[in-house]
Design a protein around this ligand. Structure first.
Ligand code: SF4
Ligand code: SF4
Length: 336
């Protein structure tokens, strides 16, 4: 039972350490490499040259240090993680310690899914529109069809799968179609708002056009459509960006790590993945409790749910607890 193991053991460990320290990372995101087989317009990563990647032993060392610091959710991304030959071994190690997820562009998914299916709790496949819109944004024709084939295969194998949709000014008119596709494929939707990196094409949607899309997504969520983000997430973006009522950002809840194992501070948006010290070279808990996070609490620059959702979470908010804790747990338990 993949879910019960890390959820219970890691939560108990985290509760014990959490009594001693004010801040601990909860979610970790690790780029396994920058290389990619696609050429997305809004992505700076495939344009970077990979340095020597971490060995399997170094990956494991990193994971152990993250677990000691209280991390529960481990997400692997890239570049394209499926390009790494040792990915199954890395995921297997992670799966022993964490609730483990993987983000892929889906190009290699159909062929590689069998190698990794036993070691992931959640699979995210990026899809930025329907057919040609997706292919144009991804820079390689055929990428939509390949991603769909991979998603279907993952579903056949019973893997919990989400379509990860990044809203840009080139696809915001396709949100309804993407929601319909998600329902048809029997997966869920995860949305992000594109962020303009300094070394990639600027495609973030205009705030004016985005407002209607966020409102519609909130309505979809309220009406029970399969969307991962909480109602609070959409409300927070709308309140901050259009009604001058910011959320408190807590970037310390998410730790990001570059392909060399270096920690990206305070978050990967402000830092654009320029890491400093390697995870295992620092006292992570000490660093987390000394870093001047307060400087960023009123920063509402990005719409990245991996930072915003944990920042918003409160045990006092019944809708949030229902959407983030109870419903996912119930859905896991009934999926076995
Ligand atoms: S698939 Fe992902 S890593 Fe590859 S170019 Fe696109 S956004 Fe970048
Ligand atoms: S809102 Fe600001 S501090 Fe928070 S994650 Fe986004 S860019 Fe970073």
């Amino acid at each position: 039972m993949a879910v019960i193991r890390p959820m219970i053991v890691s939560n108990i460990k985290r509760m014990v350490i959490g009594r001693l320290y004010k801040r601990l990372p909860l979610i970790a995101g690790h780029k396994l490499l920058y290389s990619c087989n696609l050429r997305c317009k809004m992505c700076p990563f495939w344009r970077r040259k990979d340095e020597k990647l971490l060995t399997l032993e170094e990956e494991v060392l990193m994971l152990k240090n993250l677990e000691k610091a209280g991390v529960i959710f481990m997400g692997f991304e890239g570049g394209e993680p499926l390009l790494r030959r040792d990915l199954p071994q890395i995921l297997e190690e992670s799966y022993k310690m964490f609730y483990t997820s993987l983000v892929t562009n889906g190009w290699l998914l159909k062929d590689k899914i069998k190698e990794i299916s036993d070691f992931i709790d959640y699979l995210f496949v990026s899809l930025d529109g329907i057919g040609e819109t997706h292919d144009k944004l991804r820079g390689v024709s055929g990428s939509f069809d390949r991603a769909i084939e991979g998603i279907k295969k993952a579903r056949e194998m019973g893997i919990r799968t989400a379509i990860s949709f990044t809203i840009t000014n080139e696809n915001l008119d396709q949100v309804d179609e993407v929601v319909r596709l998600v329902e048809k494929l029997g997966v869920v939707l995860s949305v992000q708002v594109a962020y303009d990196y300094s070394t990639a094409e600027k495609l973030s949607p205009s705030r004016e056009k985005l407002k209607g899309v966020l409102e519609r997504l909130l309505e979809y969520k309220r009406s029970g459509k399969p969307i991962i983000q909480s109602q609070m997430y959409f409300k927070a973006l709308l309140n901050s960006w259009y009604y001058n009522s910011p959320w408190e950002c807590k970037p310390w809840l998410t730790i990001n790590i570059d392909p060399q194992g270096r920690i990206v501070l305070p978050c990967y948006v402000l830092n654009e993945y320029s890491g400093d010290k390697r995870v295992w070279e620092v006292d992570l808990i000490k660093l987390w409790n000394e870093y001047p996070w307060h400087q960023y609490s009123s920063c509402n620059k990005c719409g990245l749910s991996c930072y915003i959702e944990p920042s918003l979470f409160s045990w006092k908010n019944y809708v949030m607890v229902k959407e983030r804790i109870l419903e996912p747990m119930l859905s896991y338990l009934t999926s076995f």
